[in-house]
Design a protein around this ligand. Structure first.
Ligand SMILES: [Zn+2]
Length: 139
């Protein structure tokens, strides 16, 4: 099915968008969220944070035409005192987005951080897994 923008027009996909679609086919879904691989742990997220991520995933899908992918939750190696370990942080894949789409996502998250308990770290330049780190600082 051809992707459509919000006005119902066909979207001309660039290489990044096409790569994202291909890689998403058959990706695991855990706790209602699309994850990059089976080793990603999203069970145990703080409930309010999980709800926020569902909302953000719906916005992401609507805007970009494919699923938001979580590359790390409670799994993985993170900094000492990382909120990942306590279900209050996830990493969102950014490599599937074009540079303009990345800016759109960053703006949405920055806007929402003034209305919710979200904090975001731009780690798009952090190899090997370029991502947006989201933290929950609410109840
Ligand atoms: Zn992180």
């Amino acid at each position: 099915m051809k992707a459509r923008d919000l006005m119902g027009r066909g979207i001309v996909g660039g290489p990044a968008r096409q790569r994202g679609r291909e890689e998403q086919h058959g990706m695991p879904i855990k706790n209602g969220l699309v994850v990059a691989e089976d080793s990603v742990v999203v069970d145990g997220l703080v409930p309010q944070f999980r709800s926020f991520l569902g909302f953000l995933a719906a916005v992401f899908q609507t805007l970009f035409g494919f699923s938001m992918v979580i590359t790390s939750g409670l799994d993985g190696v993170h900094a000492y005192n990382s909120l990942h370990k306590v279900g209050r942080a996830v990493d969102i894949r950014t490599k599937d987005l074009t540079p303009v789409e990345q800016v759109v996502l960053m703006c949405i998250v920055a806007y929402l951080s003034g209305k919710t308990a979200i904090a975001a770290f731009d780690e798009r330049n952090v190899a090997p897994g370029q991502h947006l780190h989201l933290e929950w600082h609410g109840a």
